[in-house]
Design a protein around this ligand. Sequence first.
Ligand code: G4P
Length: 285
Amino acid sequence: MTIQWFPGHMTRARRQIEEKLKLIDVAIELLDARIPLSSRNPMIDTILKGKPRLVLLNKQDLADPRATAEWVDYFKNNGLEALPIDANSGNRVKEIVPRCKELMAAKIAQQIKKGIKPRPIRALIVGIPNVGKSTLINQLAGKKAAVTGDKPGVTKGQQWIRTNDDLELLDTPGILWPKFEDQAVGVRLAATGAIRDEVLHSEDIVFYAIRYMLPQYAKELSERYDADASFDPNDNEAIIGFMEAVGRKRGCLISGGRVDLEKASNILLRDLRDGKIGRITLEHP
Ligand code: G4P
């Protein structure tokens, strides 16, 4: 799947989310814990207006736990509650409903005071492609998920998924676009697999990914490939030299004993995305 975002697309995506915002109490903004800012929509604050919002740092299983804790603080300092989760395994997914309730606490208290029985909180998951929206919806829905059917005022065909007595989710997430015009953002998105490999060459993605990794994760790189990674991140030749060393170790050779850099890059890229190099965050607050 390649998503090409053009102005028309963006406007439509934005309108679709704005329509859905009328139906919900809380927006759940899903980000990639390895690249929280690069996986963020540049217009998110404008799009979500003042809706109560919970930020989820997904794929925390692949991210550096220390960096994830720093990101949670970063968001807190910016007035947003952030919760690291792993939608695949369901780790910490149970904390989402209580966090949403906290966001709605004042409103719920008001309803109770007026003698109104609080209804389940209605939420919408939003995020860029591949960040894990469908995985999370399935995880929250679980086996017992009941699709509660159309409700008045809901776009025809829009379904609510009742995750438990306290939370109902719109079954289709809001799809946002990333800030792809920024090259560094594009590299980070490609390195984590958020954008498809046809968009950038794997050699280029890996070259920059190594540069971003070196200050924090030289040890992990050295250990994984048994090759020295203790060099300056701005030393281009040393980065290429490292990629070649990986290629030689992994038998990626072409005639004349030269290294097939593309093959070596593909190995590095797969390892990075699969977490084989370690739990790596490519962007630090
Ligand atoms: P989307 O709806 O936002 O587009 O994302 P989706 O749920 O389809 O998830 C995209 C990929 O991310 C899936 O991999 C999914 O398994 C993976 N994923 C989602 N949440 C987590 C998580 O918490 N940890 C890890 N490690 N992976 C997660 P996939 O099916 O293999 O797709 P792809 O890699 O072929 O794109």
